[in-house]
Write a protein that binds this ligand. Structure first.
Ligand code: SF4
Length: 238
């Protein structure tokens, strides 16, 4: 229990340092954490202004954009960090950049990205209101599935993005993203339809838009998933 609380407090302290709420001062966490301190710290993070989160995300992007921790760093054209509302309530995670994303340096801008935009709009949201990123930030050659070692190398970056955006719910797009987030090896069929958790944040898994372009028959199930996602997010019935 104390270990878990210390971990949460450590995360909260990192958020606060990133968000520069304690700029110019040193913030030392008491050890063991004082009773009742974790919740107020996390509340402070939740209340942080959007510009602070945007600044923290941009700082993090600059920190890692030259990354060569895995072989994908040698073959990419552009590092693809992610984009969207820095305090989005819904965060979408895909597998990795495709050809167009690698060319533009932006996530989900090819044909699959256009379909994702339509899905978001069908959820009665605008693309700018959500946050979109991938499990790996560099394109696997030929759009192959990222290797487990590549996913593992990039996982801390995704974790940090999620910490900084702190969404209320995550949507994993496709099997690779769902497995990477949840540490599972089950099929997407087995992962769909269940509400999972990623570090305390609910996660819904559905089909990747690229798969929907090949299998239009999966669109109906995807629609059911995103209706459920929206309902879990804020109670809206589509
Ligand atoms: S995929 Fe991730 S870990 Fe690999 S080089 Fe790119 S940013 Fe680094």
């Amino acid at each position: 229990m104390e270990t878990q609380r210390a971990q949460v407090l450590g995360q909260a302290r990192r958020y606060l340092e990133d968000l520069r709420l304690f700029e110019g001062s040193s913030f030392i966490a008491p050890s063991p954490p004082a009773e009742g301190l974790v919740a107020p710290l996390l509340a402070a993070v939740q209340a942080a202004p959007a510009e602070d989160r945007a600044r923290a995300l941009e700082g993090f992007r600059q920190e890692i954009c030259q990354c060569t921790r895995c072989p994908l760093g040698q073959t990419r054209n552009q590092f693809v960090f992610g984009e969207g509302d820095p305090q989005a309530g819904i965060l979408f995670v895909g597998e990795g950049p495709g050809e167009e994303e690698d060319r533009q340096g932006l996530p989900f801008v090819g044909a699959a990205g256009q379909l994702l935009t339509k899905i978001i709009e069908a959820m009665k949201l605008r693309r700018e209101q959500v946050y979109i990123c991938n499990a790996v930030k560099c394109r696997p050659p030929g759009n192959r599935t990222p290797a487990p070692k590549e996913l593992a190398a990039c996982a801390p970056y995704l974790e940090r993005q999620i910490e900084l955006v702190r969404p209320r719910i995550i949507c994993a797009l496709g099997k690779t993203a769902a497995q990477a987030l949840l540490g599972e090896t089950a099929s997407l069929g087995a992962l769909r339809g269940r509400l999972h958790q990623y570090r305390g944040i609910p996660v819904v898994a559905t089909y990747h838009p690229a798969a929907l372009l090949r299998h239009a028959e999966w669109k109906r199930q995807t629609w059911e998933d995103v209706k459920w996602l929206r309902r879990e997010f804020d109670g809206t019935e589509l």
